[in-house]
Write a protein that binds this ligand. Structure first.
Ligand code: NAD
Ligand code: TYD
Length: 354
């Protein structure tokens, strides 16, 4: 039997960000046992982890964080030393069409994990850690000026961000009330490989490749702050190991883009990669009805994690975008696999009637 110094539960490890975190931990910490718990919803895909699935320190468990007794027995079985909680329903548009699922997974699921950790660690919280991964969307929508800092009051406006805000509050309540050793981070929009093509960049890469319309919500004036997913995973590693108990850290790319400017940049890059005449992809831009309650601007001030933990983004955006586009073009099978089946139904509901 292999001896591990720590057994860590990563939830949602078969999703976009989770798969990058699992990969990083498996490779960087061979003496940690990593248990990846994932329900494998439409967004979870074990193909995201093909390269590490046979590693000795990795184990996958299929299960639902909403299932309280299952979560209790999982904690009893593995005696986790730490939890990195990423499992969530994560897409704003889906939260508009079906908010209830977000309440179950993002709120009830988080509470089940907190209760199980509390039950297990009650006698001995030393060297234990419950790390809750959250989003900048909990802070609401910015105007032209300002940035989100860790003390910005919460003002969520979509069912997704409201469910994440709720879970953040509960995690903090467990710190104050039960002394559970928690840490939280709130990150801006991630981009990179293995992102499900319902989110802006992989969706538009997929559509450009297939000469399909690019559905730009409203006037395309909304602004997002983009961070390369591997930089987020590095920040998560740092916070998990060095972040201060009870604290919150904002993570962002200091990289704001108005949607339409980003889309035009992507179109240029895609024309170049696909050997198309300049301007070909941009012709696919189609303005469609705006998202309900569409937050105008997100921007993260990440000076706390930079100053206190020495984190900084490793890539310039141009380089990250180029790598990302190259990855989706080289991994056609991955994209074709996730866009078959259920995806078609979602796409029709979301876009064809718009
Ligand atoms: P994702 O949708 O790609 O992955 C979510 C994963 O959770 C999937 O593998 C899914 O199968 C799993 N899951 C869903 N419901 C579950 C349940 N009930 N039980 C167990 N597993 C379940 O999401 P993502 O983009 O990788 O986001 C991961 C986390 O990071 C989320 O908590 C999200 O709120 C947060 N976050 C995301 C971004 C972003 O830009 N994507 C930015 C900041 C924070
Ligand atoms: P998204 O990737 O869904 O992330 P979030 O809503 O969490 O920021 O969307 C990024 C931005 O792109 C957001 O302003 C909405 C916009 N958008 C479109 O214009 N069209 C689309 O088809 C999608 C999915 C997003």
């Amino acid at each position: 039997m292999e001896k591990f110094v720590n057994t860590i539960l990563i939830t949602g490890g078969a999703g976009f960000i989770g798969s990058h975190v699992v990969r990083l931990f498996i490779k960087k910490y061979p003496n940690y046992k990593i248990v990846n718990l994932d329900k494998l919803t439409y967004a979870g895909n074990l193909n995201n982890l093909k390269d590490i699935e046979n590693e000795k320190n990795y184990e996958f468990v299929k299960g639902d964080i909403v299932d309280e007794s299952f979560i209790q027995s999982l904690f009893k079985k593995y005696q986790f030393d730490g939890v990195i909680h990423l499992a969530a329903e994560s897409h704003v548009d889906r939260s508009i069409t079906n908010p209830t699922e977000f309440i179950y997974t993002n709120i009830v699921g988080t509470v089940n994990l907190l209760n199980a950790a509390r039950g297990l660690w009650n006698e001995d919280m030393i060297d234990k850690r419950f790390y809750h991964i959250s989003t900048d969307e909990v802070y609401g929508s910015l105007g032209d000026e300002g940035m989100f800092v860790e003390t910005t009051p919460y003002d969520p406006r979509s069912p997704y961000s409201a469910s994440k805000a709720s879970s953040d509050h509960i995690v903090r309540a467990y710190f104050h009330t039960f002394k559970l050793p928690v840490v939280i981070s709130n990150c801006s929009n991630n981009y990179g490989s293995y992102q499900f093509p319902e989110k802006l960049l992989p969706l538009f890469i997929h559509n450009i490749k297939n000469n399909k319309p690019l559905p730009v919500y409203g006037k395309g004036e909304n602004i997002r702050d983009w961070l390369y997913v591997e930089d987020h995973a590095n920040a998560i590693d740092l916070i998990f190991h060095k972040g201060k108990e009870g604290e919150t850290y904002n993570i962002g790319g200091n990289n704001e883009w108005q949607n339409i400017k980003l889309i035009k940049k992507l179109c240029e890059l895609m024309d170049d990669k696909l050997g198309r005449e300049p301007g070909t992809s941009e012709n696919l831009v189609t303005y469609v009805k705006d998202r309900a309650g569409h937050d105008m601007r997100y921007a993260i001030d990440s000076s706390k994690i930079q100053q206190e933990l020495g984190w900084e983004p490793s890539l310039e955006f141009e380089e990250g975008l180029e790598k990302t586009v190259a990855w989706y073009l080289e991994n056609e099978d991955w994209l074709n696999n996730v866009t078959s089946g259920e995806y078609q139904k979602y796409y029709e509901q979301q876009y064809v009637k718009r």
